[in-house]
Structures are given as structure tokens and as C-alpha cells.
Design a protein around this ligand. Structure first.
Ligand code: KIV
Length: 280
């Protein structure tokens, strides 16, 4: 069993993440619930309440199933369960793309109602005005370029980016636009490795890779993919560090058999007038 890292009462802010450019890699994971946030908080620098929650926990086909209310509720749970990590909440599709004004209203709701440190949104050159407006409203923004799950229907699937010269130029333009707009960090998802490494060298804010490059300033994975809980599609770039599906299935199988055999509950799982106090 790994040793617990020392906990601290000081929560990591977006500014500290920005200053980690080029330093010790920034450890990020997604989290959507109170117990998982409590488990992960000692080990990570940043917890992302990703809109992947719509697929992972709510069973939607794509992240387009996420709503503002869903993100705020999960953001609140993750804030309650963490003390140290910088908590970033995703802006769901349909809550920021129309205008800078719409983006600021949504970002204010997310931060105001969840208490998180920052928001994340997908897009590069096309979303620079939104990022700049949210930053001007004093809300730190994490960018997200490359494979953008909110565009998966438009793109016709989960397609790796940066395979053509034209696409590489567009990715670099996106990264520079996000940096110029004032984002404190940038997620690069699903790109050719050398492109993500090149972008990491070109911009002054930390890059957080997922299916990108080991040269990024940090890495992120979806927690359920990482611990082997994901039921449906797991992307090729995921490394699975545990197999919790098997652990849960095995526990459920044993429970079912013990209930059917009347082995559970046993004497220590029931109350008598003599075996203990009033507390359950
Ligand atoms: O929604 C999410 O989980 C994400 C990560 C994959 C970066 O955006």
C-alpha cells in the first residue's frame, strides 16, 4: 500500500499550476464524486470535474449529455471531498460557444455555485474571445485543444489530430490563441506525439497531455479508465493501473451467493439487546 502524501490546508490555485511550467510534471486526474475526490486529493495537483462525467457516471453516449447543473453538482461534491488540489470544472457544450457574454455568465455560475478554482473549455482560435472574457472576469481558464470530445459528432468520431501539415498548423495556432487569451494551462488531447511536444516548447503556459506526449508539463487521465471501472469504450492511450470492475464483480458474486445461502447477515451484522450500543 502506497504511503499517503502529506496533506496541507493550502489549496493549490491556478496561478501555482501556471508557475509549474517546465518543472516537476503536474499530476491531474478527473474526479466526479466526494469519495473519489477524498481518495485522490493527497496524490494529485489538480482534479478535473470533466464533462466526461456525462458518459462515465450518467451513461450518456457523448459528453454532449452534460448540463450546467450536472457540472455544478459534481463540482460541489469534488470541492467537499478535496482540500489541496486545484479543482477545475468543465464548461459543458452549449453554455459558452455563442458569445463571450454567455461564456462569462456560465463560468460565473460554475465558480460561484461550486467554489472551484477554475473552468475549462474546448476550442482554440474559435474560442479565444470567450477565454479572454472569462479571464477578464477574474476566473482562471484551462484551455483544451486537439481531440475535442464535444465536437465528436461534427468530427465523425474520436479522431487523432495532427496527421497533416495543415492540421499541425491549426493546432499550433489554437495553442498560441489560447495562451494569448490568458488561459493558465492547456489540455492537449489525442494528438501526434511530436506535435504535442512541439506545442509544449512553444508556449509559456503548462500543457497537460492525454494521449499526447510525455514531454507535456503534466498528464491527465479519466479516473474510471485509469482504475478499470469504465464499462464501455476505453481509449487506446489509457494505461490501466487497477482492475476495479473485477473487484466489484467478485464482491457482488460473493454477496449474492451468501444472501441466497443465508450466510449473510451473520451474527455480527445484526442487533440483539446484548451486543452493543444504539449506533449502527
Ligand atoms: O472531460 C474530461 O474528462 C476531459 C479530460 C479527458 C481532459 O476533458
Amino acid at each position: 500500500m502506497a504511503t499517503q502524501l502529506p496533506t496541507t490546508d493550502i489549496r493549490i490555485g491556478a496561478d501555482l499550476i501556471r508557475r509549474r511550467k517546465g518543472g516537476t510534471p503536474i499530476v491531474c486526474l478527473t474526479a466526479y464524486t466526494y469519495p473519489i475526490a477524498r481518495l485522490l486529493d493527497p496524490y494529485v495537483d489538480l482534479l478535473l470535474v470533466g464533462d466526461s462525467v456525462a458518459m462515465v457516471l450518467h451513461g450518456h453516449e457523448t459528453t454532449l449529455g452534460a448540463s450546467l447543473e450536472m457540472m455544478i453538482a459534481h463540482g460541489q461534491a469534488v470541492m467537499r471531498g478535496s482540500a489541496k488540489a486545484c479543482v477545475v470544472v468543465d464548461m459543458p457544450a452549449g453554455t459558452y460557444e455563442d458569445s463571450a457574454a454567455q461564456a462569462v455568465v456560465s463560468a460565473r455560475r460554475i465558480v460561484g455555485e461550486s467554489g472551484c478554482q477554475a473552468v475549462k473549455l474546448e476550442g482554440g482560435v474559435d474560442m479565444a474571445a470567450q477565454i479572454a472574457a472569462i479571464v477578464a472576469a477574474d476566473i482562471p481558464v484551462m484551455g483544451h485543444i486537439g481531440l475535442q470530445p464535444q465536437s465528436v459528432e461534427k468530427d465523425g468520431g474520436y479522431k487523432i489530430k495532427g496527421r497533416t501539415d495543415e492540421n499541425v498548423a491549426a493546432l499550433i495556432a489554437d495553442a498560441l490563441a489560447v495562451e494569448k487569451a490568458g488561459a493558465f494551462s492547456l489540455v492537449i488531447e489525442g494528438t501526434i506525439e511530436t506535435v504535442a511536444a512541439d506545442i509544449t516548447r512553444r508556449i509559456a503556459i503548462p500543457t497537460i497531455g492525454i494521449g499526447a506526449s510525455g514531454e507535456c508539463d503534466g498528464q491527465i487521465l479519466v479516473i474510471d479508465d485509469m482504475v478499470g471501472l469504465t464499462v464501455d469504450r476505453v481509449p487506446k492511450f489509457v494505461k490501466q493501473y487497477a482492475d476495479l470492475r473485477s473487484v466489484i464483480a467478485h464482491a457482488a458474486e460473493r454477496y449474492a451467493s451468501e444472501v441466497r445461502d443465508r450466510d449473510f447477515p451473520g451474527p455480527t451484522h445484526v442487533f440483539s439487546r446484548t451486543n452493543g450500543g444504539d449506533e449502527s
